[in-house]
Design a protein around this ligand. Sequence first.
Ligand SMILES: Cc1cc2nc3c(=O)[nH]c(=O)nc-3n(C[C@H](O)[C@H](O)[C@H](O)COP(=O)(O)OP(=O)(O)OC[C@H]3O[C@@H](n4cnc5c(N)ncnc54)[C@H](O)[C@@H]3O)c2cc1C
Length: 170
Amino acid sequence: MPRTAHSIHGGPQTDARICVVGAGPCGLTTLKNLKAVGIKHIACYDDGDAVGGNWVFRKERQSVFATTHLISSKKLSSFEDYPFPTYFPDFPSQQLMRSYFEDYARHFGLMGDVHLNTHVKFASLLPDGRWMVVVIDSKGEREEVFDYLISKMAFERNYWIKRRGSQRLP
Ligand SMILES: Cc1cc2nc3c(=O)[nH]c(=O)nc-3n(C[C@H](O)[C@H](O)[C@H](O)COP(=O)(O)OP(=O)(O)OC[C@H]3O[C@@H](n4cnc5c(N)ncnc54)[C@H](O)[C@@H]3O)c2cc1C
């Protein structure tokens, strides 16, 4: 079936609706770059209460410990377009990393498109090539339809997207 949201160059038209799952480092850079090419309708959902993904320490979730530091060096780990502040040590702590991602999101004006405390329950490819995405937030569960779906998360939780049909998260 034809995709309705392609430009003649094969990329998304600026009025395409795009869903980005996860506001960790990858989700934030994706969001920044989509906005930079003029995409206007983006919803970035993250089920945590802050941006930064893995680098947001929470007692109830296993990602980083309170004492975790980056193991990749300062020189190699910051974003090209947003260097670490000079006062960062060679191997920044999780607290510094979290504040770095928050600053990045604010600096590039991303927070208006980030929906925290919003869980993506499942996503399903529709016959017309768009995506039906089921999200859960404080108001309950709802379906949203997007032209594109981008799932940005490093680890185990990206297997719930099915190209046909849908699959619930475990
Ligand atoms: C202990 C540890 C140490 C690490 N050290 C380094 C290091 O030193 N250097 C390095 O470069 N990398 C390191 N990493 C790798 C780390 O994964 C990356 O730095 C980075 O966090 C990956 O970014 P991401 O955006 O892909 O995923 P994540 O940071 O995992 O972010 C994914 C986000 O998506 C959200 N999410 C997931 N599923 C859903 C859903 N269904 N609905 C809504 N939201 C959802 C999550 O809550 C999370 O906020 C380390 C990882 C760990 C675990």
